[in-house]
Design a protein around this ligand. Structure first.
Ligand SMILES: C[S@@+](CC[C@H](N)C(=O)[O-])C[C@H]1O[C@@H](n2cnc3c(N)ncnc32)[C@H](O)[C@@H]1O
Length: 241
């Protein structure tokens, strides 16, 4: 079992700290996300949406939706409903504003809650997306089991998560950028001293690649596969129920 890394290293549970952290940085989240990845995060979500698009999903759940970038990207599939589900009201406030701006509030709906105990019936979604969320779960396996419960048989799940490149040179360059530059830029813009230090710390201890594939298979997902994106800075996991 890997060590638990929490945003503020205090005595509260990880969930509570994660909610507070995202509420704190919500006003700068989209800006920093696109700045720190140089906009490449958009191409990662597009790729993931293309994968779930193979089954033309009508009901889509975007777990750990935040400000909803994945949920809005999924609109290209012309679904009936996309639910953006998240712990942080602060993040979803920006998602709801975007939905109004895009005139899609009738399709994209944001629901507050914990991915470890979702208020949805078994087998209620055709597809699930999770962008940079699973690493923040307090109990990873409970959250993954809930995803397995609410997706229908044959439904597809796409998970994106930040990761560490395997190649030694890429890894060294990435560690420098991620471990030294990102925390400084993040702190400067978000005004949360810990949020962008927690980011590399939490990536370091998260099970990635084949280790995460094993966990997903043990939960019961089928056809689990993964691929590194952008020199391994992002890991893309695909699976079916
Ligand atoms: C890094 S943001 C990702 C936002 C968005 N998915 C994206 O692609 O940019 C992670 C989100 O996960 C949410 N989160 C973390 N743990 C959660 C949980 N247990 N249940 C629901 N949401 C959670 C946080 O509130 C935060 O909005």
């Amino acid at each position: 079992m890997s060590k638990t890394v929490t945003p503020y290293n205090d005595t509260r549970g990880k969930k509570e700290q994660v909610e507070e952290m995202f509420d704190n940085i919500a006003h700068r989240y989209d800006f920093l996300n696109h700045l720190l990845t140089m906009g490449i995060d958009i191409t990662w979500r597009k790729k993931a949406v293309k994968y779930i698009g193979r089954i033309q999903p009508k009901m889509i759940l975007d777990v750990a939706s935040g400000t909803g970038d994945f949920a809005f990207e999924a609109l290209s599939l012309k679904p009936e409903k996309v639910i953006g589900f998240d712990l942080s009201e602060g993040m979803m406030k920006y998602g709801r504003e975007k939905a109004i701006k895009l005139s899609v509030s009738n399709v994209v709906e944001f629901v507050k809650g914990d991915s470890e105990k979702m208020p949805f019936a078994d087998n209620s979604f055709d597809a699930i997306t999770v962008g940079f969320g699973v690493r923040n779960f307090e109990n990873l396996e409970v959250g993954l089991k809930e995803m397995h419960r609410v997706i229908r048989t044959g439904g597809k799940v796409a998970i994106l998560e930040a990761s560490m490149p395997k190649n030694a040179i890429n890894r060294a360059l990435f560690s420098l950028y991620f471990g030294k530059i990102v925390p400084v830029v993040g702190k400067l813009f978000s005004k949360d001293a810990r949020a962008y230090s927690y980011l590399p710390e939490s990536v370091k201890v998260f099970p990635e690649g084949l280790e995460f594939v094993k966990i997903l298979e043990n939960i019961g997902f089928r056809k689990v596969d993964w691929q590194p994106l952008t020199f391994g800075a992002c890991a893309f996991y695909t699976m079916e129920k």
